[in-house]
Ligand binder design. Sequence first.
Ligand code: GAL
Length: 671
Amino acid sequence: MRLGADYYPEHWEKSRWQIDLELMHEAGIRVVRIGEFDWSLFEPREGDYQFAWMDEILDFMEKHSMKVVLGTPSATPPKWMTDKYGDEIYQADIHGNSKIFGTRKHYCFNSDVYREQNRILVEKIASRYGKHPAVEDWQIDNELGWANTTRCYCSKCRSKFQKYLEKKFGTIDRLNEVYGTVFWSQTYNSFDEVIIPQAGACYDTCHDTQGQNPGLLLDFDRFCSDSVISFMKEQADIIRRYSDRPITTNMLDAAVNSGTGIDYFKMSKELDFVTWDNYIEFQWGKAKDETVSRDHALLRSYKHQPFWVMEQQSGACGWSKMGPTPTPGKLRLWTYQAVANGADTVVYFRWRACPFGTEEYWHGILGHDGKPNRRLQEIAQVGAEMEKLSKVYGPLMPKAKVAILKSFDSEWSHAIHKHVENFHYDTLLLDYYRAFYKMGIPVEFAAPQEDLQSYELVLAPALLMVSDEQKKNLEKYVKQGGRLLLTFRSGVKTMENAMLTESVPGSFAEIAGIEIHDYDPLLEKQTTVSGVFGAGTADLWCDIITPGTAETLGVYTSDFYAGTPCFTVNAYGKGSVYYLGCDLDETAMERLARYLCGKTGIPVEAYAIDGVEIVPATDGKQEALFILNHNAYPVFVPLKKTYTEMISGCEVSRAAELKAYDVVILKQQNA
Ligand code: GAL
């Protein structure tokens, strides 16, 4: 457990470096990330490679015992390159318009020219610095897919997409059959006729993809995600030839990524460890504590191992406008929230606010004047605490017995055709996460094909489509004694985004022991329900369930389907399959989570207190119970056992007292 800072020494006079490093060391900052936007310093003119400046930085870091994450600068193709190669390297937007120079991330992941230019530079950087003693890790590019850059609609992508489809389908007849192009006379005669889903191909050009073929749209999403991953892997492969230092890239939070569309499970396989960028209160809004907790949970789930925060907000930030400065205590709280949820290293963005460029308002630990301030003081306190805790604990991970399945195929399909106005897959998953979060029960995420045997309970909200392998995996999990919860819109589609013709819930009808012949997508109305989760309401969707072998645990209490089941359970093998045909309001959802814990033997120990996050974690040998107060007021959290508080060393029994934004880390005595 340690701290770091995103540092841009090239933005400052060299005479300042010494002061910066001294301040960093005093604050417990042990690693810096550098270099991820510096293409024009590495190669100011084509073929004119300059390394002396980076040699000097890295040697300086080594001399001052600072570890470095070195970035590859592929997010920022320089001006000479865009001038020379233009559309050969630019991305095109959904309207087919080419990007131009002026910001970053304007390159196309499928540009042969860009990839070649980038390979040459990455190889030079990796061969020169691969074994440099200061270089501890590598970061590839920066926030791949950020700001809608995953999907490019240029002619280079179109022809690569056609080849991708040819490889997948073999013959054009097969593609026509699978996509159902007979609908609206969309039959293709050859792969080179296949379109890229630009806005112009839409029924209504105001609504991005409206009216287009859903199979083609989903394959385009997969193709774009694969293109980004292959661009990243190409760099990782080069680096690995010269360096044995671990490789990562910095990912985006779930809400942003659900728009950008990269399959992070797939991407993570190519990385040694994963990291993400955590901005909580800024120009674009404020994230709730459970949302941030869910993002950390996703990160620890992509590889099921500790992760890093590569950019942790450390000041007031925004581009054209700013969000609030972090209230005293929040930097510490946010850092511990990351650590409690499995972060091994937390790197603050950025060390010092930059006086120029797009991000001139974006505050780091230090302001523009570079003087020590209260934020640095707070981080120094955390730095000292981390050193103390690191003597006791190795990297901590929450102990999760519950998993939520996250399927990128389903996410993208839901985004293409969302079923009902207010439905968002990402939000539904968060609703389930929140219900357990409030009880202090850690949840992990898993891909539907992963081994699930270690979980007592697996939730698969709106898992629209499963491959044969995924279906068998879920069946095996239940047969061997697992408990699986399915919901409305589970198993109703093919992997190619077409509707299954079996009765709903299609792929899962047998294991769920039900059939559904009618359903009610709710438009501006609410349906009431009652069951083992008490009385509640549904706002999105109601499946009208006909139980077969399943037993009823809840019913609708209004509308023409009042009295019919909304919630069922079916015994299958040694396990059971729950099916919830509707969404639930927050309170009913919490009661459902509590009910499921009771049925699966997961102890509910924590007291739900608004704004208090409780995370039981372990490093494999020792336990740590984190209590985090996200409230602006003090709280008392009742305790059943006697603990030692690991930061202060004090004994705590009966109740833990936390000031506003405070944190305690408890270790049970005599355990
Ligand atoms: C992140 C990005 C950083 C910096 C920061 C502040 O999204 O990775 O490079 O731009 O935001 O805008």
